[in-house]
Each structure stands twice: as structure tokens, then as C-alpha cells.
Design a protein around this ligand. Structure first.
Ligand code: AP5
Length: 227
């Protein structure tokens, strides 16, 4: 298992494949996968105060307030497994989140993150999200068309029941895509200006996207890395 010694950020619209690829990368490189979406869904499942605030916002495809997300992320980063780096999935999502993350990483001596933008056309995103199913136990991601489980409705890894995410309904997906364009897409420019942005054609097959990511990560890893 390798350590990244830096933070990677998977940036991209809903359905671009960030979760699918960050789970693979986390297994491959032995670093934590920090998905703010998964963390918020867990808070909802546990019925915490954060979960109660987040649930109606997520159901409408709106973002959870920055200060709540930042508190949750900072708490998670204090855990020892994140000391050698991590892969952020779905975070940061606004300019204030990105600026605050810069300060956190600097304090930890990580320097600039490596940001990878997943580029996929909107039609593909809508198609992928309508076919997505997630394991209710371990969060494994499937697709009825592109990545079906071996047994219908059952997770291959842990036997959990596969479910559709409430925010994958067509009317919510439209609002999530709009929120992405308005609040998150501008981060690509923010990181491009810092010379920290790479792009991946995420409309390709999962294997091809995975290979492209490994190439970027090998190039940026370690003392000979770009940053
Ligand atoms: P979050 O859970 O982060 O969702 P998202 O960013 O909208 O992204 P998705 O999980 O929908 O898509 P993905 O890119 O991970 O795609 P996946 O790999 O699953 O956020 C949910 C909500 O939480 C937000 O709306 C917001 O309310 C709140 N929130 C979260 N973070 C926040 C933050 N930082 N600040 C404020 N609010 C926050 O793949 C999708 C489908 O495609 C799957 O079925 C998969 O099998 C398939 N697939 C993947 N790759 C391929 C491929 N190459 N070819 C074919 N199919 C593929």
C-alpha cells in the first residue's frame, strides 16, 4: 500500500464517477476516501442534528451550509488515518470551502492539492444517475446498465440490499446539476489558476478512467511530483 502524502480532490458534476473512482483509488493506494455526501448520508441515517439540517436540503438538490460541512470535514481530518493524505470526493464544493481547505492543508504541511476534474456531458450524467443503485450497508456503487451486480438487487461485496438514492429522482437531478454549474464548477478555474488542475475524460469506460487517474497520481506522487 502506498501513501499519497498529499490531498487529491475529485471535482465533477453529479454522476461523473467520482465516488466509483475514489473508492477504487482508496483501495489501491491505501488512503481514506473522504466523501462529504457519504458522511452527510451517514449523519442522516444516525439522526444527528447535522443530519436533520442536511436531509431536506439534499432532498431538494441544494448544498448544505459551508460552516456545517467544514466542521464535519475538520473533525474527520483529525482522525489518524488521514495523516498521510486522502482523496476528497464531492468536497470542496464552494469557493469558501476551497479557501478554507487551502488553509487546513497548509497548516498540515501538505501544500497545494492535486485536483482532477471529471468531464462528462449532461445527457450521460442523467442516464448514469437514473440507473445508479447503492449498497445500503457498505455504500458500494452499481449501475443497472453499466455496472450491474451479479445478483439483482444485492451487493456483490457484502450482500447488502441495493437502493436508489432519493436525490437521484429526475426532478432533483436537474437541481443538483444546476447547483453544480453555479456553485462548484467555478472551482475548476480557481484551481487552474494555481496550476493544480488536471482534467480526465470521464465519459470513457470505468477502466479507462481508472488508468488515466493512476497515471496522474503516479506523476504527482512523492518528492518528484509536480507540486
Ligand atoms: P454527493 O454524494 O457528493 O453527490 P454528487 O457530487 O452529486 O455526486 P454523485 O455521488 O451523484 O456522483 P459521482 O460523481 O460520485 O458518481 P458515481 O461514481 O456514483 O452529494 C450529495 C448531496 O450532499 C449534495 O447534493 C449536497 O446536498 C450534499 N453535499 C455533499 N457534499 C457537500 C459539500 N461539500 N458542501 C455542501 N453540500 C454537500 O457514478 C454515478 C453512476 O455512474 C453509478 O451508477 C456508476 O456505476 C456509473 N458510472 C461511474 N463511472 C462510470 C463510467 N466511466 N462509465 C459508465 N458508468 C459509470
Amino acid at each position: 500500500m502506498m501513501s499519497l502524502n498529499r490531498a487529491y480532490i475529485f471535482l465533477g458534476p453529479p454522476g461523473a464517477g467520482k465516488g466509483t473512482q475514489s473508492k477504487r483509488v482508496a483501495r489501491q493506494w491505501g488512503v481514506p476516501h473522504l466523501s462529504t455526501g457519504d458522511m452527510l448520508r451517514e449523519a442522516i441515517g444516525r439522526g444527528t442534528e447535522l443530519g436533520r439540517v442536511a436531509e431536506p436540503l439534499m432532498a431538494r438538490g441544494q448544498l448544505v451550509p459551508d460552516e456545517l460541512v467544514m466542521r464535519m470535514v475538520e473533525e474527520r481530518l483529525r482522525q489518524s488515518d488521514a495523516a498521510g493524505g486522502c482523496v476528497f470526493d464531492g468536497f470542496p464544493r464552494t469557493l469558501p470551502q476551497a479557501q478554507q481547505l487551502d488553509r487546513i492543508l497548509e497548516k498540515r504541511g501538505f501544500g497545494k492539492p492535486v485536483v482532477i476534474e471529471f468531464c462528462v456531458a449532461e445527457d450521460d450524467l442523467i442516464r448514469r444517475l437514473s440507473g445508479r443503485r447503492m449498497c445500503s450497508v457498505g455504500g458500494e456503487i452499481y449501475n443497472l446498465v453499466d455496472a450491474p451486480p451479479k445478483v439483482d438487487g444485492i451487493c456483490d461485496r457484502d450482500g447488502g440490499k441495493l437502493e436508489q438514492r432519493p436525490d437521484d429522482r429526475a426532478e432533483v437531478v436537474k437541481d443538483r446539476l444546476r447547483a453544480y454549474e453555479r456553485q462548484t464548477k467555478p472551482l475548476a478555474e480557481y484551481y487552474r489558476k494555481q496550476n493544480a488542475l488536471d482534467e480526465v475524460d470521464a465519459s470513457k469506460s470505468m477502466e479507462e478512467v481508472s488508468r488515466a487517474l493512476t497515471e496522474i497520481m503516479r506523476r504527482t506522487e512523492g518528492p518528484n511530483g509536480r507540486l
